[in-house]
Write a protein that binds this ligand. Structure first.
Ligand code: BMA
Length: 342
């Protein structure tokens, strides 16, 4: 079945839209695709519970590849590839799991593998996939390399539990590989960056971005979304902030910019969120009120961002934005730190 068979269980509540503009009420930096959700369990060639939080990459042949988190009917996740010529529909989905957990050799994967992020690494001529491996010790960060998304070289756990939301930078920084990740302690969940000479031994750990405190939308828990976008002004990072409320969590997206040579140095951070769960398929699902991008592709103009995100831990959606618009938005919306506000 292709993605043209849409999940009609999500009917839109017109009250969610601004009556004057007809659009949802966030910043307008990203426009949701009218065909959303672009992938759901109804599209899958084998029985599953849900498909969400996919990594994304544009292949050399022009196809968009999504490496999807697929939750099976036991509740455990594996990763599966979907390919499409236009990145919107006509997805060609692997007929069986592409990357299954392998707990016999990698016991850290016993409860599944989740939330991949793909980085193409020119020096290695390979794609690096950072993903969450889930086992009795909690979620940790694992790494695998591939050339073709058919065979994978696993590096095992590179960041022990509790840690997730990781992506490799595409090139060495000061001679070392750099991995962004999100360890959790009882005092908070902040974004860190760590360095390695060989992708196996990691050190020189530094805090990259802290969750804010108190009433902020991104208080206490944040994490990297899709891999950073390299721009002339710095590494542009889309991150998620988790608001804990009496009726559950709300996952929204913010923006921050980091120094190209010292990616632990934050140059700008948006005050408000720039995208949040508003459409019905984002508001209602297995985990309601979640938008969770793990990948994007950049258009041939070098500016258009096709952001692929999991919605409500139930389906995949697409929203389109622009690098230059995100950078100018940051110029006008990052005053909190100067004002000593967090
Ligand atoms: C995070 C991750 C994501 C998930 C989100 C909302 O901690 O587990 O996979 O989308 O929670 O449930």
């Amino acid at each position: 079945m292709t993605s043209t068979a849409k999940d009609t269980s999500h009917t839109e509540n017109i009250k969610d839209r601004n009556p004057k503009t007809g659009s949802f009420c966030d910043t307008g930096l990203f426009r949701r695709h009218v065909g959303n959700p672009i992938l759901s369990r109804r599209d899958w060639p084998y029985p599953i519970n849900s498909v969400f939080n996919a990594a994304a990459v544009r292949l050399a042949d022009g196809d968009t590849l999504l490496l999807c988190r697929v939750e099976d009917l036991r509740g455990l996740s594996h990763l599966s590839v979907a390919r499409s010529a236009n990145g919107i529909n006509e997805w060609r989905i692997d007929t069986a799991a592409t990357l299954m957990p392998n707990p016999r050799e990698y016991p850290e994967e016993i409860w599944g593998i989740e939330d991949p992020r793909i980085t193409y690494v020119p020096e290695l001529e390979q794609y690096a996939i950072a993903y969450t491996s889930f086992a009795r010790g909690g979620p940790g960060v694992s790494l695998a390399l591939t050339k073709d998304f058919k065979s994978f070289e696993r590096y095992g756990v590179v960041m022990p539990p509790e840690d997730k939301d990781a992506a490799l930078l595409p090139r060495r920084i000061g001679g070392n590989w750099a991995l962004i990740h999100r360890p959790v302690t009882s005092l908070g969940a902040h974004m860190w960056i760590s360095y390695s000479p060989d992708l196996r031994y990691w050190g020189n750990h530094k805090v990259m971005l802290e969750a804010r405190r108190g009433g902020w939308w991104d208080a206490n828990k944040i994490g990297l979304c899709s891999p950073p976008i390299e721009t002339a002004k710095g590494w542009l990072v889309i991150y998620h902030g988790v608001r804990q409320t009496a009726s559950g969590c709300i996952y929204r997206l913010g923006l921050a910019l980091f120094d190209l040579q010292r990616p632990d140095i934050c140059l700008q951070r948006g005050d408000s969120w720039m995208f949040g769960p508003e459409a019905p398929y984002e508001r209602h699902g297995d985990v309601s009120d979640v938008v969770f991008p793990c990948g994007q592709t950049i258009g041939s103009d070098g500016d258009t961002v096709n952001l692929y995100y999991g919605a409500a831990d139930s389906c995949m959606a697409l929203a389109t934005g622009s690098i230059s618009a995100m950078l100018s938005w940051l110029d006008g919306n990052s005053s909190a730190r100067e004002a000593g506000n967090y």
